[in-house]
Design a protein around this ligand. Structure first.
Ligand SMILES: [Zn+2]
Ligand SMILES: [Zn+2]
Length: 135
């Protein structure tokens, strides 16, 4: 596989049991479908599926698919971080420095969820039930 940005050869690296493809010259990382969700402990690669509505075509070739261009889209609506994603194989490309941003956003999403759980548990103890939240 070749880097979509600098066309150098990607090197496979195992991180926490996931094989990701890493570009040494430009320090970008390619995640196959579901790998980023696994790494960042997210329910899905894109925590907000409707960010795909804002996707714009790029000139970068998907490293996995033939003749498919990556699309640029926001990772989550509230943040400026743009990621590149293949509309065919649904892999995700992160440029250098984007992974820490993804992790930060993912941790924030995780915190928000656990706060909801915390609040719902507190309410549950007082006899209130919040629908749709598993305590
Ligand atoms: Zn590269
Ligand atoms: Zn692809």
């Amino acid at each position: 596989m070749n880097c979509p940005k600098c066309h150098g050869a990607l090197h496979e690296m195992e991180i926490e049991g996931v094989k990701v493809d890493f570009c040494s010259p430009c320090k970008g990382i390619w995640f196959d479908k579901d790998e980023m969700a696994f790494m960042a402990e997210l329910p899905a690669d894109l925590p907000e599926a409707d960010v795909q509505q804002s996707a714009v075509a790029t000139d970068f070739d998907c490293p996995c698919c033939k003749n498919v261009k990556l699309q640029s889209m926001k990772f989550v609506k509230a943040e400026d971080l743009l990621i590149d994603r293949c509309p065919a194989c649904q892999g995700i490309w992160l440029d250098q420095g984007e992974l820490p941003k993804v992790e930060k956003i993912a941790a924030h999403i995780g915190d928000a969820k656990s706060k909801i759980l915390f609040v719902s548990k507190q309410l549950g103890k007082r006899g209130y039930q919040i629908l749709g939240v598993q305590a």
